[in-house]
Write a protein that binds this ligand. Sequence first.
Ligand code: PEP
Ligand code: MN
Length: 348
Amino acid sequence: MIIVLSPHASEDAIDQVVARVRETGRDVNVSRGTERLVIGVIGPDAPELQNMFATMPQVESVHRVTKPYKLVSREFQPTDTVIEVGQGVTVGGPQIAVIAGPCSIESEEHIVDTARAVKAAGANILRGGAFKPRTSPYSFRGLGEAGLEHLVAARAATGMPVITELMSVRDIDTVAAHTDIIQIGARNMQNFVLLDEVGHSAKPVMVKRGMSGEIEEWLLAAEYISAKGNPNVMLCERGIRTFETAYRNTFDINAIPLVKELSHLPVIADPSHGTGRWRLVAPIGLAALTAGADGLMIEVHPNPERALSDGAQSLTYAHFAEMMQSVAGIAAAVERTVPEIEATAGAG
Ligand code: PEP
Ligand code: MN
């Protein structure tokens, strides 16, 4: 941390700041320029200190020179984190992870059928929501525990690892027992109690970016989980709110290369929520892979017109299979591999 004082600060005023810094157990390095007097604080950074020093009348400004997150930073770990999420399925390695499935699990038949179709088209992780965060309390809020049972049936039928959202600390044991990856939704990115709790879990966790979440806040959310001892964290860019109303969210493509630079954690792109419109899903998903995303999360439904949630952004089986052909092309261009494709476009 660097504390900047006015060049006209009296020796007494300077001494007071130095003494205040030393009181916190840190050392100082004073540098006198012609324009400014700068005090370098030597010792661990703590965000609350910034405010404390900034409040002193003789202080002009206080600047942090280190990042507020540590464990998830590239400085801390230069090599990419690779997370094993199921037998032979990894996220963050050379193979692109393809997470696909419906927004909500609607019945056992619905999730098993969708699982088979997305697997045949090249997905290697199945998604499906059982506890759904909905803006209106009158919307379909998911099947809860019964939905989790159906998800497990789809895993048994296809061998795919599964991911589902955890909304409340109350459900952590149940959700963890039925899933391979715990999803923290955009609306819970800063639910710090929930983050602490999944930090104590041994399951991999995917943290979606909050709809108004700054990159730093998002990385700090991941830091919460790592700091509690769970290093298996992946990030998911799912679009942010902007002034634009032509689509549901604005997929922030900049975030992908930036987060890959700042952090060693895998980054998944969710162009379904990132756009809210099925026609935009493939182009934005492909752009995200080009920008360096380690995987995709795509909402797929056997009949989007009848979906109980997010039908407008869901791909049909055929459109998903078509998109996966392009994913293979992009993967080759960025020197990555894709999960095996069993069937060609039109499957299901
Ligand atoms: C979802 O994945 O279905 C979901 C609710 O996403 P988000 O938290 O990004 O809105
Ligand atoms: Mn959804």
